[in-house]
Design a protein around this ligand. Structure first.
Ligand SMILES: Nc1nc2c([nH]c(=O)n2[C@@H]2O[C@H](COP(=O)(O)OP(=O)(O)OP(=O)(O)O)[C@@H](O)[C@H]2O)c(=O)[nH]1
Ligand SMILES: [Mg+2]
Length: 137
């Protein structure tokens, strides 16, 4: 069987972890794909951009925080076929940042214990990531 190849889209995302071990998730705003679902902050890597630089840029734009590259620890990744593209999404862990986390582009933010993440509706690609966080954090 021949499959029509889907474009691969590289998205970088992060699980920010606070001193109490809670993880930050953010609610996708109205008007965007998957609106209303909770996600890990991050976004698309632009052409020619390094993944870590893209994530640092996205965290500045979306949350108003400054993260240094040495604080981004590669963790697990999602590989998920949506209808029109194939998502490849590395998830980093980060426990240190400067500034106050603010919802600049999201409809809301929540700090959630790993075992409670499954109470929040998230995109299908995120389900395995939530399981890894629950098991390994
Ligand atoms: N940031 C993020 N994106 C995710 C997650 N799970 C998931 O399927 N995605 C998908 O990854 C794609 C890109 O994410 P995004 O909307 O954050 O991209 P972006 O920040 O660059 O926004 P923009 O393209 O509107 O400028 C979306 O189709 C989104 O649904 C997740 O946990 N975090
Ligand atoms: Mg984004």
């Amino acid at each position: 069987m021949t499959e029509t190849p889907l474009p691969i889209v590289l998205v970088v995302a992060v699980a920010l972890i606070d001193v109490d071990g809670r993880v930050l998730i953010a609610k996708r705003p109205e008007g965007k794909k998957l609106a209303g679902l909770w996600e890990f902050p991050g976004g698309k890597v632009e052409p020619g951009e390094r993944p870590e630089a893209a994530l640092i840029r996205e965290l500045r734009e979306e949350l108003g925080i400054e993260v240094s590259e040495s604080c981004l620890a590669p963790f697990v990744f999602a590989s998920h076929a949506y209808d029109s593209f194939h998502l490849l999404m590395p998830l980093y862990l980060c426990r240190r940042w400067d500034g106050v986390v603010t919802a600049r582009e999201h409809a809301g933010l929540a700090w959630v214990r790993p075992e409670k993440l499954s109470d929040y509706p998230m995109p299908p690609a995120d389900e395995p990531l939530v399981a890894w966080l629950r098991d390994l954090l």
